[in-house]
Design a protein around this ligand. Structure first.
Ligand SMILES: NC(=O)c1ccc[n+]([C@@H]2O[C@H](COP(=O)([O-])OP(=O)(O)OC[C@H]3O[C@@H](n4cnc5c(N)ncnc54)[C@H](OP(=O)(O)O)[C@@H]3O)[C@@H](O)[C@H]2O)c1
Length: 308
């Protein structure tokens, strides 16, 4: 049976990585019901202003540098860590992503629950076999993001270590493919299709993933927080329906009239379908139909590309 979701109304919530693709819709949604603080480096001041215009407080800090957290309050009910950096520099990326989650957790030790966003990029490639949480880890995304998988694995380890050291109820959610009205991987595919740019795909077809719409990941946050334990709950987090790149590009072609040009590349990311058993037990099924979600994304971002 799914956990009972926590009530986020009027709670003090810290969201890191607020300007990112995944977190921005969350900041928008939670700012309407809760007391939200957003933390990032905000190297671009306009992004800080954009977040503050939603009525959200901001903290300028670099998770790689513990000293910069001095100005960040500590009395949050919940912390949701979306921050991630993929600069390609191993020293910095391990410091920001892995030590960074440790710096954040030790700063906010008294939270009711800590939610760390990880990625299915932590799994070793295993063809079309749906990945379970206990499956082997590997350097899955090296070809495109050299530091990413290793830094995400390291971040999970630091997160578990600090949670257990300080008894912080924690959930690690391994995100599949997030998308929504602000874009995501399928939107990049649409732009490539429009320009006739070949889309690299792994030759072991079809290439399955679990598209997760922003409305679903927002709706599931109170469940993921409720699932937090001091021993740390680790769960896959994707849409309940698995879909392949080939299928979503075919649907994008139906919508836009632009045909995808696929290029077989054994080095491309291959299938990373999740085994959703644990996720369904903890937080239940997601509800957005992927075709409906993709249509809404295109209608919102590029209505002129919809044929007819
Ligand atoms: N997008 C996907 O397709 C996908 C798929 C699977 C999992 N995920 C996971 O979902 C989460 C969010 O990803 P995303 O794609 O939305 O990220 P993103 O668009 O790259 O945004 C990253 C965010 O983190 C902040 N940040 C980066 N380095 C920081 C640092 N050192 N200290 C503090 N803040 C920092 C950035 O703001 P500043 O630059 O201003 O600091 C920005 O707000 C990550 O955990 C990622 O691994 C994403």
């Amino acid at each position: 049976m799914a956990v009972t979701p926590v009530d986020l109304n009027d709670k003090k919530i810290l969201i890191t990585g607020p300007t990112g693709q995944v977190a921005l819709p969350v900041v928008e949604a939670l700012s309407a019901i809760a007391d939200v603080t957003a933390l990032a480096r905000f190297s671009d001041d306009s992004s800080r202003q954009m977040i503050e215009s939603m009525g959200v407080k901001t903290v300028k800090a670099d998770l790689a540098d513990k000293a910069t957290l001095a100005n960040c309050p500590t009395d949050f009910d919940y912390v949701i860590n979306f921050a991630v950096v993929k600069s390609g520099d191993f020293d910095y990326d391990l410091k920001a992503n892995a030590e960074g989650v440790g710096n954040l957790m030790t700063h906010c030790k008294s939270v009711k629950a800590f939610l760390h966003f990880s990625s299915t990029a932590v799994y070793e490639y295993a063809g079309q076999e749906p990945r379970r949480e206990s499956d082997p880890l590997g350097d899955n995304h090296r070809v495109m993001f050299p530091t990413y998988s290793i830094a995400k694995i390291a971040a999970e380890t630091v997160c578990r270590f600090v949670a257990r050291q300080h008894d912080i109820p924690t959930t690690i959610a391994r995100l599949s493919v997030p998308y929504g009205d602000n874009g995501g991987w399928p939107y990049f595919h649409l732009l490539m299709m429009k320009e006739g740019i070949p889309i690299d795909i792994h030759p072991e077809k079809p290439n399955y993933y679990n598209l997760l719409h922003s409305s679903d990941y927002i709706a599931k946050l109170p469940y993921l927080l409720a699932a937090a334990t001091k021993e740390v709950t680790t769960t896959n987090f994707g849409g309940s329906q698995a879909t392949s790149i080939e299928e979503w590009c075919a649907y994008l072609a139906e919508l836009s009239g632009f045909e995808p040009v696929f290029a077989d590349n054994p080095k491309a990311f291959g299938s990373l379908q999740i085994d959703a058993t644990r996720m369904h037990e903890l937080i239940g099924e997601t509800s957005m139909n992927w075709k409906q979600g993709i249509r809404s994304m295109v209608e919102n971002l590029a209505p002129e590309l919809i044929k007819g």
